[in-house]
Each structure stands twice: as structure tokens, then as C-alpha cells.
Design a protein around this ligand. Structure first.
Ligand SMILES: [Zn+2]
Length: 594
């Protein structure tokens, strides 16, 4: 994915109003020149979130979160920088740059072009469900438990029992076959001219991406003789099953709130609980869970509860998921529905509270996997090699869970004791084996999640800091400052990185807080940058602060040089250098900013 050009990011930011944006998520009240509200980035009781329309930034004085519109979306929606740019561009109706699109789209069709087709198809299918031909499909949807309201909300539709109903509708709308084919909605006829509809006589579930656009479909066959009960859109740049979770667009808010995601396997298994009030449910699209799914959920949740079939395939899937989620530091629990029912039927028959209880009481995945292992252990009987292998395998799961931070040391020890008791081996032996295994586990990077502010960092006032504060509030003072202060004077590593960027922009004559926050590399520094700028604005009196800071910085530098010279033997040569360097001028009397 190529980077967005800076000019494009600036264009998107200029088209976005921070107050309008934040108001979509948080109730804001005007207070003087600023707006205040409850901060969504910590458990806020008093409104600590300040939004400045003048500077187009937000800042929380309790948890330190801060930045511009981009960083707000990154933090709130748990998006990466490019995702946030894309989201804001869409909201502002600014088309993405061509080179950005073409890198990932075939046949000259951009992602936007493709979604225009899929969105059109979603409208078409919805329309068909309302018409006379859709009556059977509508009855089926209602009979499976979907309310009329849900049918509207989730955009359920109907693909007519016809080979070209959609092809013809598309052509009428002005789409050529070459445009309909890449979106996965029609196929070319073998050896003949023309195309035919991919989805026929099916109840249609539109599948949304994180921004709420329709990117593909799942179709449930309505004819009992149809072999493929479910059919998904074919894979395309728009529709990648390994990175999409059905229902995430609807469930995301509840997942963020509860920090928990419930993962099921079918469309209705997600929709019926969503309809009935268990709102943090998503479904895989007929594929096994992938690393990308786990990473996606890891952005929003700290725990995943998997509801799988209570058979061997379900158990294998649970074990695989456990490994994937551990790496994302997600706690995993596994629920099974004993009567062999789907979550959807269970929810309708027993009610949402029963489903919630099933989720709440779901055993820890480690325990679930262990219970399955115990059965294997039992059937291994007295075969010591086989027993040893099974124990070793399980210890490995525990140790990797520990290494990736999914469980703590105490829990690891108690699991070891529990297993030792069952297999009748001294606990100390197992603990030794675990230590040995631990040496071979690669460490996780522990990378910070995108958008989360480096919480609780306190900054001691320093001359460098004061200088940056002022430059961020009054970029017009840059030339004055640059004349007196050299970049090499910045000691603090973090401030030095920011200063370097400020100097580069200042020398180009285009320094502004707004443009600085639009630079991808600065995203991590956004809370600090906003804090610096606001501090300066509140303190005012820039000229005096700047004079003092410059003097302090030069003074510090001279002291350091003096220490260096003094550390050497004081011969004539050194004495002369000392006088020459410091004898004539008193650093405190240097001219400041007039
Ligand atoms: Zn906060």
C-alpha cells in the first residue's frame, strides 16, 4: 500500500472540522473558545476532553490523549494512520489518489469503483426482497427469526431466480460487463458472449468493511435441492475472507465497550444475537480463523469467546484459535452448545440471557484444550512415550501463553500443579520442563496499538520543551529561533525527533501544527504535540519565555563545553581556549528576541 501524499492528507484535514467530527462520538458543550466533553479514551467522570476549533485539535488533560481529527479517529476506531486518512477522505467525499487505488485494483478498476458496483448490487437485492418475487425469500428470513427491523438494518436482500436479472439491471444503470465481473457479481459464459448472475435464488447478506461499505455478499440457497447451502462472493481486492469478519461493522461499538468479542461461524449466528441484544457477536465467513482475524479483533477486544461446534472439528478449530489469539495477547474462552444447536437457534429457543450466560460461563480455552488432551491421555493408556508427548505439547501451550503475556506466572505454575496432580508426576519436574521450553519461545514485540496515547508520561519543563511549545503555537517565530538555536542543542531524544521535523518544515517556510500532525511519523507524538501547543497558548508571554529558554539552552551548552575543557590538563593552550571561548562574553547577557 503506497503512502498517501502529504498534500492529500492536508486536503482531507482541511475538509474536516474537528468539532463536527468529535461530536459524532461525544456530546460536546461550548465553553469559551473551546468545546468540552467526556473523554472517550479513559473512564471520564468530569468532562476532561477539550476540543479547539481554532487549532483543530483535541486534548484530554486527564489521560493525555490528544491530536487532530486523524488521531481522534485512530484512537476511537482503533485504526491505523492510512485507515484513518481513508475514513476521513470518505466522509469528506474526497476521492483517493489514483496511484493509491490502482496499486491494489485489477483491470483499471479502483476499490472505489468496485464498491460502487457492490453498493449498487446491495440496493438491487434489497429492492428485490420487497417485490413480489421476493416473497418466498422474505418468508424464509422471517421464519429463521429475523425481524422486519433487522432485515432493514442489516440490508438483507434477495437475488432473483434468474440468470441475468442483475446483469440487466447493471447494464441499465450503465455498468459494462467488464465492470460487473471484477466485483464478483456476474460471470462470463463459457465460450459464449455475455454474462450470467453469480447469485441466483438466494437470500442475500451484504458484508461490510470497517467503514460500513458493502464489499461482498453471502447468499443462502432458497431451493432445498441446491448443493451449496451458502455461497460467498469470490475473493477479490475488495473481498478477502481472511481479513473480514461478518457483523463487525455492527458489533464493533459493543465489542469496544465490553472489551469482549464473541466469534461464531454463520451469518444468522451473528445476526440473531445482535437482534436479540447480545451485541458483541461477529462471524467468520466460512473460513477458519486467521491471524488477520485475530489481529483485527485484538484492536478492539481483550478477550474473545469462541462458540464452535462441539465436535472434533470444533475442538481443532478452538486449539488453532488459541494459538493465534495468544500472540495477539487476547484471552480466549471456548463455549459449546450441548444440544448440537447453532447459536442462532439456541438464542431464539432459550433467549438472549441464556446465550449471555453461556458466554459468561465459557471455560478458558487452555482448560478446554486440556480437557480434550486428558481424553487423549486416557486413551494413550500406559504408553509412556505417547503420554510424554501429549504432556510436552500441552506444556508448550502454557509456556507460549505465558511468553506472549496471555497468562501470568502464577497461573502458569498453578496449571503445572494441576497437570502434575492428574498425570501423577512431581510438579517440580513439569516446572523444569516448562523453563526449558520457555527458552525456545520467541518473544513478542510488545508493540503499542496504533492510536493509543503513551499514557501517563510526564514532561519536566526544559528549555528545549519551551522552545518547541512556542514554535507550535507561533510558527512565525521560527526564523528568530533558528538564528539562535542549533538542532544539536536538543538533548531529549523525543524532543529532538520533533525538533528535526519542525526545523525541516520551518526552513521550507511551511511550519504549522496542522501540517505537522498530518505527517504519519508524527502520529505517535500527537498527544505531546497538542500538549506543547496548548501549554504555550495558555501561558502566553512568548517573547520572554523564548528569551529565557534560548539563554538557558546556550548556557547549558557552554557549561558542558567548559566541563570538557576543564577535564583536560590545564596547560597554556587549554587556558587560552578557555579564555577565548568564555572570557569575553557572559552568556546571560546574550541578546534575546526583541
Ligand atoms: Zn482522557
Amino acid at each position: 500500500m503506497p503512502r498517501f501524499p502529504e498534500i492529500f492528507i492536508q486536503q482531507v484535514l482541511q475538509a474536516t472540522d474537528i468539532v463536527e467530527l468529535v461530536s459524532q462520538y461525544v456530546a460536546l458543550k461550548q465553553k469559551g473558545r473551546e468545546f468540552v466533553g467526556l473523554c472517550p479514551f479513559h473512564n471520564d467522570k468530569n468532562p476532561s476532553l477539550n476540543v479547539s476549533p481554532g487549532k483543530q485539535i483535541f486534548k484530554c488533560f486527564a489521560c493525555g490523549a490528544g491530536g487532530n481529527a486523524m488521531q481522534f479517529v485512530m484512537g476511537y476506531e482503533k485504526m491505523t494512520f492510512p485507515e484513518a486518512v481513508q475514513r476521513l477522505a470518505e466522509q469528506a467525499n474526497i476521492p483517493l489518489p489514483k496511484e493509491y487505488e490502482s496499486a491494489s485494483a485489477p483491470g483499471g478498476m479502483s476499490k472505489n469503483d468496485l464498491t460502487a458496483v457492490t453498493e449498487f448490487a446491495a440496493d438491487f437485492f434489497r429492492e428485490q426482497l420487497r417485490g413480489p418475487a421476493g416473497q418466498v425469500a422474505l418468508n424464509y428470513a422471517r421464519q429463521r427469526g429475523l425481524s422486519q427491523e433487522s432485515i432493514e438494518r442489516f440490508g438483507i436482500g434477495f437475488a432473483p431466480d434468474s440468470w441475468e436479472a442483475f446483469v440487466l439491471a447493471g447494464r441499465k444503470k450503465g455498468y459494462s460487463d467488464q465492470q460487473l465481473i471484477p466485483a464478483g457479481l456476474v460471470r462470463r459464459r463459457d465460450g459464449e458472449r455475455g454474462c450470467y448472475d453469480y447469485f441466483r435464488n438466494r437470500l442475500m447478506f451484504p458484508i461490510h468493511d470497517l467503514t460500513g461499505r458493502v464489499v461482498g455478499f453471502g447468499g443462502r440457497a432458497l431451493a432445498p435441492e441446491e448443493r451449496a447451502k451458502y455461497l460467498n462472493s469470490p475473493e477479490s481486492v475488495l473481498f478477502e475472507k481472511s481479513s473480514l469478519l461478518y457483523g463487525l461493522h455492527f458489533a464493533r461499538e459493543a465489542i469496544v465497550k465490553s472489551k469482549q468479542a464473541v466469534v461464531v461461524e454463520g451469518y444468522l449466528d451473528a445476526l440473531i444475537p445482535l437482534q436479540e441484544g447480545v451485541k458483541n457477536v461477529v462471524a467468520t465467513l466460512g473460513t477458519a480463523l486467521t491471524e488477520r482475524h485475530a489481529r483485527l479483533l485484538g484492536r478492539y477486544a481483550s478477550e474473545a469467546v469462541l462458540i464452535f461446534d462441539a465436535d472434533d472439528a470444533g475442538a481443532a478449530a478452538a486449539e488453532r484459535a488459541l494459538q493465534l489469539f495468544i500472540i495477539q495477547k487476547l484471552h480466549v474462552r471456548v463455549a459449546t452448545i450441548s444440544e448440537g444447536k447453532d447459536p442462532c437457534d439456541f438464542c431464539l429457543a432459550k433467549g438472549p440471557d441464556a446465550l449471555q450466560t453461556l458466554v459468561d460461563d465459557a471455560p478458558d480455552a487452555l482448560k478446554y484444550v486440556w480437557d480434550r488432551r486428558r481424553e487423549a491421555l486416557r486413551s494413550a493408556g500406559s504408553n509412556p512415550a505417547e503420554r510424554n508427548r501429549l504432556i510436552e505439547e500441552f506444556l508448550n501451550v502454557i509456556v507460549s501463553s505465558g511468553a506472549y503475556g496471555a497468562i501470568d506466572g502464577v497461573r502458569q505454575q498453578s496449571m503445572a500443579q494441576y497437570i502434575a496432580h492428574i498425570v501423577n508426576v512431581p510438579a517440580i519436574d513439569l516446572q523444569q520442563r516448562m523453563r526449558r521450553l520457555a527458552r525456545h519461545i520467541p518473544r513478542s514485540s510488545g508493540a503499542r496499538r496504533p492510536g493509543s496515547p503513551p499514557a501517563g508520561k510526564s514532561f519536566s519543563p526544559s528549555p528545549e520543551r519551551h522552545i518547541l511549545e512556542i514554535l507550535l503555537d507561533r510558527p512565525d517565530l521560527f526564523d528568530d529561533v533558528a538564528r539562535q538555536v542549533d538542532l544539536s542543542l536538543f538533548n531529549d531524544a523525543e524532543l529532538a525527533v520533533i525538533a528535526e521535523r519542525i526545523w525541516a518544515m520551518g526552513e521550507d517556510g511551511r511550519l504549522s501544527l496542522e501540517d505537522l500532525l498530518a505527517v504519519e511519523e508524527m502520529a505517535d507524538f500527537a498527544p505531546l504535540l497538542t500538549e506543547l501547543s496548548i501549554t504555550a497558548q495558555r501561558r502566553g508571554n512568548h517573547e520572554q519565555t523564548l528569551t529565557d529558554a534560548v539563554a538557558a539552552l546556550l548556557n547549558r551548552q557552554e557549561n558542558r563545553e567548559m566541563q570538557e575543557i576543564k577535564a583536560q590538563p590545564m596547560d597554556d593552550e587549554n587556558l587560552r581556549r578557555l579564555q577565548e571561548r568564555f572570557g569575553k562574553t557572559d552568556p546571560r547577557k546574550r541578546p534575546g528576541i526583541q
